[in-house]
Design a protein around this ligand. Sequence first.
Ligand SMILES: C[S@@+](CC[C@H](N)C(=O)[O-])C[C@H]1O[C@@H](n2cnc3c(N)ncnc32)[C@H](O)[C@@H]1O
Length: 285
Amino acid sequence: MRFSDLVDELAARLSRAPVHFGHGMPGARDEALALATFVCRAGNWQRPSLLRRRVGRAACARARHLALLRVSRRMPLAYLTREAWFAGMRFEVDKRVCIPRSPLAELIEEGFAPWLKAGQVRRILELCTGSGCIAAACAFAFPGSEVVATDISPAALHIARRNIQRLGLSNQVRLLQCDLFAGAEGRFDLVIANPPYVPTSIYNALPSEYRHEPRLALESGAAGLAAAERILRAVPAYLAASGLLALEVGEVAARLAASHPELPFFWPDMRRGGHGILLLRPNTP
Ligand SMILES: C[S@@+](CC[C@H](N)C(=O)[O-])C[C@H]1O[C@@H](n2cnc3c(N)ncnc32)[C@H](O)[C@@H]1O
């Protein structure tokens, strides 16, 4: 069977099924491409020659089996393939970490220009690192920097450590198990976080796919603001004078902005989609 025919078959199957897309995969065809690429070990599915390539029977059978699991268990594809892509890098994932999909990738890849100057970013603190994807992307974007990444979950940090080691970043990224800032020392040029921010009532109504992710990674109190509020309170003690806070708060952005009229949040437009990322400078009233 040709690769393109396998993709068509998988896409048709997924689009007929009552599944939810939203873990970095916008729709059935994207998932079908990712799945076919995975079983072919093809790496880069954007190569035009791949579409004409022939796929062996075993690989087709594997793809159909994974598609069946995707539909019957409502499991996000990344947990079936055990991999996810973020900022151009591959990360190992499983149910101990949430699936990398933060729109922060775009800002990191652009080195937070014009808000930060590459040469000035020496220390970076990532809170809530999960798989380590944001810490790793920051380490690549700011090569001479020291990155400290924290998470409260030892299970998540186990995966983060594997990713950081595999990417050859162990000398640059230090992982700490702690509650938000608790283990961090000194000041940082960039504090970045994609904390949990889903209100409890919304969490309870999320599509089944989200139940496979750790609840700790998503839910954050009745208003969804528990973690974000704690970060905003503590961050002045950790930001360097010309530093920047980049905080993802997704759908609760308007609620957070309304609770803090005194804070001059800047909400950058995201070219690749996504929303709810605030930027904040220290010492601004
Ligand atoms: C939305 S996930 C983000 C993971 C990763 N940074 C990403 O963007 O894919 C949130 C992470 O925050 C962690 N977390 C939740 N509460 C925390 C806390 N109080 N202190 C540190 N980490 C926390 C969870 O374990 C989870 O890994």
